[in-house]
Design a binder for this molecule. Structure first.
Ligand code: ADP
Length: 164
């Protein structure tokens, strides 16, 4: 099966310009990208999966080549369900590489027909991570250059609500 659809999975808590750049560049290769928000992440989150999906749908509103969805359980199972054999992931650091290598081996073992494709970050986005954004925002710093204005606004509102 040759896939025209790639699954771009992640936590996206929150979505960043780094994520958006991977989607845009991925569309230079694939006809459609399905952004799949993990429901079963062990990471401590700022936004619920529903809020993250809503944010991503707003960011890619009007784009017929981008779908935003949830996934639960095994990613390879989700990819098969969506009739895709490509998992798209971004790479920033050596730490990303170590983790991604293990994940791709695990997925390959589970489902040999599914390929994980890695896209290197663009240097201007290499420092952007959702975890760092959450820390900066929590301590009142500006995340303006790292996320879309809508995301920035939503983070501010969330932190305000939490501080109550
Ligand atoms: P996960 O919790 O599964 O790592 P993330 O939401 O942190 O999910 O990231 C989803 C994917 O996007 C991962 O492949 C990650 O390496 C990639 N990514 C995150 N930030 C960037 C960035 N600034 N540039 C390129 N890729 C990125």
């Amino acid at each position: 099966m040759r896939s025209k659809i790639a699954i771009y999975p992640g936590s996206f808590d929150p979505p960043t310009y780094g994520h958006m750049n991977i989607v845009e560049r991925g569309l230079g290769i694939f006809q459609k990208i399905i952004i799949a928000v993990a429901r079963n992440t062990s990471k401590k989150s700022l936004f619920t999966p529903e809020e993250r999906v809503e944010l991503l749908r707003k960011l890619f509103k009007g784009r017929r080549d981008v779908e935003v969805d949830y996934f639960e359980g095994l990613l390879v199972g989700y990819a098969l369900k969506k009739k895709s054999n490509v998992i798209l992931r971004g790479l920033r650091t050596v730490a990303d590489y170590e983790y991604e290598l293990q994940m791709s081996f695990a997925n390959k073992n589970l489902s040999p027909n599914i390929e994980t494709i890695f896209m290197m970050t663009e240097s201007r986005y290499s420092h952007i991570s959702s975890t760092i954004i959450k820390e900066i925002a929590f301590f009142g710093g500006s995340v303006k250059n790292m996320v879309h204005p809508l995301v920035e606004k939503t983070i501010k509102a969330k932190l305000k609500e939490r501080a109550k």
